[in-house]
Design a protein around this ligand. Sequence first.
Ligand code: IPE
Ligand code: IPE
Ligand code: MG
Length: 250
Amino acid sequence: MGLFSSSTQTIPALAEIPQHIAVIMDGNGRWARKRFLPRVAGHKRGVETVRNLVKQCAKLNVKFLTLFAFSSENWRRPDDEVSFLMGLFMDALKREVVKLHENNIRLILIGDRSRFNDELVKQIEASEQLTEKNTGLTLTIAANYGGRWDILQATNRMIVANLNKSKDFTEDDLTPYLAMHYATEPDLFIRTGGEKRVSNFLLWQLAYTEFYFTDTLWPDFDDKAFQAAIASYQQRERRFGRTSEQLSNA
Ligand code: IPE
Ligand code: IPE
Ligand code: MG
């Protein structure tokens, strides 16, 4: 077991630009209500913000952008809002996937697909297959995702794979089964919309992530707002348990 194999899988090299950015895109409903529009108008507008952020991240050579689009708790919303969100997701996939592919972007969906309709599941699979060999930005969409669901599904699969071994499992045994096994852990977490909570997003993977909260509502999260998040990240000192002195001596 390596020195750093606990608490974070890998200690990332300190870089100016975060390699992996994870975002809770919150505040669409409030954005719409401020304008006396139905909540869903905010979701529609939020898709524009996604498109722009993907472009910015690709330009900055960010390796992984992970967006929370629909939580396992969002099913509790009114039926018409849930079906609007599913429809919007479907339309956005259909409309954007070719453009993503042309830009060498790999698209992956994480979350429990069992509650999606067949048509949506097929569209997701086709989009993933089309882009799977792309080597630029990896764009992960978390839909019907929950951090606790992820840890449990990984634990269950790990146990099944090790049925005839009696051993104490380690982090290294578990992590290959987590939904984001293909990515480094997030360097920067951004939540728009003013709430200061994780809302069951990537619970395991955020162990040592730098957090950035902004009151800006998701549809208003423009280039300038994104640059402010990056600038805040660049001022952090990531110690991973060590002291400041140890870092400056290294
Ligand atoms: C985030 O915006 C989008 C989803 C959860 C799908 P909200 O819909 O939560 O917007 P607010 O928080 O009500 O403003
Ligand atoms: C979190 O936003 C989930 C997504 C952005 C998809 P919510 O607006 O649903 O979060 P809570 O429930 O207010 O914490
Ligand atoms: Mg919200």
